[in-house]
Design a protein around this ligand. Sequence first.
Ligand code: NAP
Length: 339
Amino acid sequence: MVGGYGTVGGELSRLAASAWPLLLTGRRPERGKALAGEVGAEVRRWDLSDPEPFSARVRALISTVNDPDDRVLLAAIRDGVPYVDVMRWTARLQRATAVAAVAPPTAPVLLSSSWMGGVSALVAAGLSAEIGGAAGVEIAIRYDLKDRAGADSVEFMDRLGLDYEVTEGGRRRTIMPLTGTGVVTIGGHRTKVARIDTPEQFTLPLVLGVDTALTRIGFSAHSSTSMLLALKRTGFFRWGRGDRFESVRRSMLSSPGEGGSALLRIDVRGKAGQRRTATLTDPAGQAHLTALGGLLGLRRVLGEDGAAAPRGVVFPEMTPVPRSVVSELEKAGVEVELS
Ligand SMILES: NC(=O)c1ccc[n+]([C@@H]2O[C@H](COP(=O)([O-])OP(=O)(O)OC[C@H]3O[C@@H](n4cnc5c(N)ncnc54)[C@H](OP(=O)(O)O)[C@@H]3O)[C@@H](O)[C@H]2O)c1
């Protein structure tokens, strides 16, 4: 598990330790010693900025840290080992598919970076199957400012100055982040939300054939969302893109708090206008829910979720979607409200 003693990696290590022997890696393995002792894992140094090849005998590789040079993916392809990632933003997920086109993998490559380690896309696919196919999916995220987020996590603030492509009403168009504001009730909380670039907006139209896939996010405090939107209106996320403003951008998401809840709402519209909604609340927070997505992904690529392991490059919502997703989430303490 690359980044296996970080915020997400640590959660996944605890969830996965009873299923498989674990090898955790990072740049400073001494920081992972306590966790490795707790879960009975081995810990080794692998710095992803170092081109020196890394080798280990493992059954699968999961990356829970940004991998800008695709070193983990390339190592998995080189060794024919199943690979899961839960941390790529859309452009990097698209690049991973290109990397896999150039060096075709012989083992499954699961690109599971849609919001919460693929959980959002899995649940959307489950709701879609229930109503005989979806025409549209809208996701609203309530980001709890008290939640934990590691240094590697806040990099996505840097994406807020970059336009991205969405599919809406059957047409693709390029939009700016933090537009399309609205108020959505997520788990009983009225939440001001605005658009953000997440990978399921790229994969859901391809996999489920939906004509609309939109994801919006808001903070647990209205005032913080309003401040972010006001900053956006000043153009800060464009002119403030360089290194000089990095700490300002990132401080907006860094939260030394005790931890908070992960909350998201997934609305699926059927082809005949039917509607299904799932609201997920993980009191253990975003890192835990993302780790659960990673755990489901590992079972999937190892063929240990009741279905044969997939072949080639797949996204979480590709069939067969494990029927047990909701019950697996509930077993792990996630509250799932379906309507
Ligand atoms: N936190 C969340 O709730 C959340 C939710 C969804 C997705 N994600 C995504 O998950 C990823 C990890 O986030 P996080 O919050 O877990 O970050 P984190 O706490 O900073 O964890 C990163 C881990 O990776 C290691 N690492 C960092 N840079 C490395 C490098 N160059 N080479 C090898 N190892 C490296 C770190 O250990 P060393 O410092 O010892 O190297 C650490 O163990 C991010 O990409 C984030 O966007 C996070």
